[in-house]
Design a protein around this ligand. Structure first.
Ligand SMILES: NC(=O)c1ccc[n+]([C@@H]2O[C@H](COP(=O)([O-])OP(=O)(O)OC[C@H]3O[C@@H](n4cnc5c(N)ncnc54)[C@H](OP(=O)(O)O)[C@@H]3O)[C@@H](O)[C@H]2O)c1
Length: 481
């Protein structure tokens, strides 16, 4: 099964096991490596397997199947190989040496170091191009290829990827302004780029004809007076992001929290004020499935009161609200139009409408930052998650178009995919998905405590944001950095 939400992009052993397809991949993999019992002809023929016949000559030396007593009376009578006693004795001796000699690990470390040195020193004979068998498959497993889809399947593709990376590197190097070319003067392009921090650099010494576009950073300076709105802020990822981001704002900032649960919002509000008492926190209990444009504008207006919007250096919205939808039914059974409309209402339509209201209201603010909390499910289909995958895909594409269209208006967009996080949403998936792989996957993550916490994903989000590790419109996953 092709399962790998951010939820699946982590490369733990648990996840690779959870997502192997028991019906397909496992038997195939086994048949490649393990020969059939002693006599393949005696095994009922499997019409789908050609491997069994082909592997008749590849049996293990000792296949553990009793045979006739050996002709040679000096051989042990229990079908062991003649030298098995010696072999076991040697192993015992080595084990004993390992146990009693504390220097063994040290020796191994030294041996490893020597190997590394010899590799780096180029003593090892490398294969030349002529030796390369281009069709030879590369030994990367399926999970690895999912995590990094650009993994090569064959040696020929490795060559292409390396070439591509090199060209990209050269292009990046050419774009980087050389030392001494930086100018402290503000360029006319400045207002047309998503400037979030003072680190924006514009080359002014390059001749006009060849002058590259202004090089900007998307790094966000959160230590300013900000207007900050978070949807789905009553619990889970939204609550944690609201608290940890608001912690950094300067006095006079306004934080607006939306969700249905008034008590959940109140507890997030209290936590924000505990870490930053100098901000104003406004909560609004609203059902985003049906909220109208008028209602959303009213919420924005009320939160501002009489304050002019240009008093803020940064206007930031986190579109975090999200529901997983009906996960008890397959795509073919989703024939209820009202249910579709309700799902898309919460997860796509209101998100887009609120975003319009927000950007219109804060046009005059120099730094405009739009965050969409997305998911690997917008890129990869997962059984039982039709609504979620379709909604996330539509939503992310909306934000990608926005990034293209509004770059010149100083809007920066980040689609952040938080990874598999321990929240009510994943509890629901683990308990109620109609796909056993999905239930097992989250169970595996919880059993092995490899599921992420809201703290972890929020810290990564802030790291990406503050260091500008994205281009406007990018989809950035927790596991990307
Ligand atoms: N958890 C993960 O592993 C994971 C992975 C990838 C992406 N994500 C995304 O991260 C975001 C947050 O997910 P989460 O795991 O934190 O989910 P969660 O714990 O279920 O929280 C969802 C939030 O959305 C709010 N909400 C739901 N329906 C609403 C409605 N009709 N009107 C207003 N607010 C509503 C909820 O508040 P009320 O119930 O109080 O309204 C809650 O605050 C979602 O967009 C999700 O798709 C999560």
């Amino acid at each position: 099964m092709n399962f790998a939400d951010p939820w699946v992009t982590q490369d733990s052993k648990a996840s690779s096991e959870s997502f192997s397809d028991n019906n397909n991949s496992t038997p195939a993999a086994i048949s490649e490596h393990i020969p059939p019992p002693n006599n393949a002809a005696a095994v009922p023929a499997d019409p789908t397997s050609t491997t069994i016949v082909a592997t008749d000559s590849l049996e293990f030396e000792d296949n553990f199947i009793p045979e006739q007593p050996p002709l040679n009376p000096r051989q042990p009578q229990d079908n062991r190989l003649p030298d098995s006693d010696n072999y076991l004795a040697t192993l015992e001796k080595r084990l004993h040496r390992l146990r009693t000699n504390p220097g063994v690990l040290q020796q191994l470390a030294e041996r490893r170091e020597a190997c590394m040195q010899s590799l780096l020193g180029g003593d090892v004979a490398l294969r030349t191009d002529a030796d390369l068998e281009l069709e030879e498959p590369v030994n990367s497993n399926e999970l690895l290829r999912f995590i990094r889809p650009e993994q090569a399947l064959s040696q020929a593709e490795v060559v292409q990827l390396v070439q591509h990376d090199q060209l990209q590197l050269e292009a990046d190097e050419q774009e980087e302004p050389r030392e001494g070319e930086e100018s402290g003067t503000e360029s006319s392009t400045k207002s047309a780029t998503p400037i979030m921090s003072s680190e924006t650099v514009t080359s002014t010494t390059t001749p006009a004809a060849t002058q590259p576009a202004a090089t900007t950073t998307t790094a966000v300076n959160l230590e300013q007076v900000a207007y900050f709105l978070v949807t789905g802020a009553s619990r889970g990822i939204g609550a944690k992001m609201a608290i940890e981001t608001a912690r950094k704002f300067k006095a006079g900032s306004v934080v607006v929290l939306l969700a249905r649960s008034a008590s959940g919002l109140e507890s997030t509000r209290a936590e924000i004020l505990a870490v930053n008492p100098h901000v104003t926190v406004v909560t609004s209990s609203v059902d985003l499935a049906t909220a109208s444009k008028e209602l959303l504008n009213e919420i924005l207006d009320k939160s501002l009161g009489k304050q002019p919007t240009d008093r803020f250096g940064l206007a930031c919205v986190i579109h975090n609200v999200g529901t997983v939808g009906n996960i008890g039914r397959k795509a073919t059974d989703l024939d209820d139009r009202t249910e579709w409309e309700q799902y898309f209402g919460t997860n796509v339509f209101t998100v887009a409408v609120l975003n319009s209201c927000f950007l219109r209201k804060f046009q005059s603010v120099p730094g405009k930052l739009v965050i969409n909390i997305t998911s690997k499910a917008c890129l990869v289909p997962f059984q039982s998650m039709t609504y979620y995958c379709a909604g996330k895909a539509a939503r992310e594409m909306y934000f990608r178009v926005l990034a293209e269209e509004e770059a010149a208006a100083g809007v920066t967009v980040l689609n952040y995919s938080p990874g598999p996080v321990d929240t009510d949403m994943t509890v629901d998936l683990q308990a109620n998905s109609n796909a056993p792989e999905i239930r097992d996957y989250f169970k595996g993550l919880r059993d092995t405590t490899t599921i992420l916490t809201t703290d972890q994903t929020t810290a990564k989000f802030l790291h990406i944001l503050q260091n500008g590790l994205f281009k406007s419109g990018d989809h950035v996953d927790y596991y990307d950095h």
